[in-house]
Design a protein around this ligand. Sequence first.
Ligand code: SAM
Length: 301
Amino acid sequence: MKLTDIGTIKELLGEEDTSFKKKFGQNFLINESVVRRIALECLPNGAESGKKCGILEIGPGIGTLTAKLCKAAKCVVCVEIDSTLIPLLNRTLAEFDNVKIISGDIMKLDLMSLIKESFFDCEYVAVAANLPYYITTPVIMKLLEAELPLSSITVMVQKEVADRLCSDSADRTYGAVTASVSFYAQVRKLFNVGAGNFIPAPKVDSAVIRFDLYKNPPFFVSDKALFFKVIKAAFAQRRKTLVNALSGGFSISKADAVRLVKECGFDEMIRGEALSPADFANIANRLSELQAVKQKNNKLL
Ligand code: SAM
C-alpha cells in the first residue's frame, strides 16, 4: 500500500467513513522522498544506529511517516488525537510489531512516564512529527520544558515559524521563543517543503527543523523561571528599552535597572531584541542577586 498516493489516501479515509479534519490541522504528506528524508533525519548518524532508537511520533495521520520510522527504528510510539484514524492506523501499520498506537491528545499526556515505559531499552530517544500548525509552539515548548530524556526533535512546521526558531539576535525574526528555546537545544533548518507536497495543500509553505537537545544548558542560569520572565518582559514591547522593561516588569527602580544593565556591559538604551540568549542569562542572574539583596534588606527592616 503506497500511503503517499492521493487515491489510496482518499480510499482509506472513505473506508473508515472519515475525511480530512481542518480542526486537527490534517494535511497529509504525499511526497515519498520528503517522508523518507524526515525519517532519516530522526535517526542518529545513519540507518544502522536506528536499531537502538526509540521514536515518539506526534500525529501519525494515516501512518505514512510512521511506517518508515518502524522500518528504521527499534520501536515507535505514535499519538493521534483523531479517534476515527485509529482503526485505519491499525490496518496500515499491521505488518509492524514494534509500534504502539495511542489514541489521545499530545498536550494532555504524561510524556515522561510514556517515554520511560516505552523506551527504557533504547539508547537514543527522538521525537518526529509533521506538526499541526495550530499547536506548533505549545507542543515544542511542552517537549522542551518537560526536560524529557530526548536526544533530538525533528519536526515539520510552518516556514515562518522555522525561520523564527532558527534565527539569532541580529535577525528581524528573532523573538522570545527563539531566545527561550536556545536554553534547551540547538535548532537547525534542514529543508523547505512546498505546500504542494500535502493533501489538502495548506495555504503556506513548511520547513523541517531539528532540535539537538543539550545535555547541559549552554550558559549558566541561576533562576530558570526568572530567565524566561526576563525574556518575556524584554519582548513584550519590542520598542521599549531593556531598562524600562526591567523596571516595569520586576519592581526595581529605574536607577537600579540602569546600573544592572551597565554592570552587565550594555548601553542603557539597549533594547531586549539586541541581546543574545547568553546575554539574557547574565541579566537574569544579576537581577536574581539584586532581588535577593532587596529581600534580605526588607527582612532586616
Ligand atoms: N503525520 C501525517 C503526515 O505527515 O502525513 C499527518 C500530519 S498532519 C499535519 C497532523 C496530524 O496530527 C493529524 O493526523 C492530526 O489529527 C494530528 N493531531 C492534531 N492535533 C493533535 C494533538 N493535540 N495530539 C495528537 N495528534 C494531533
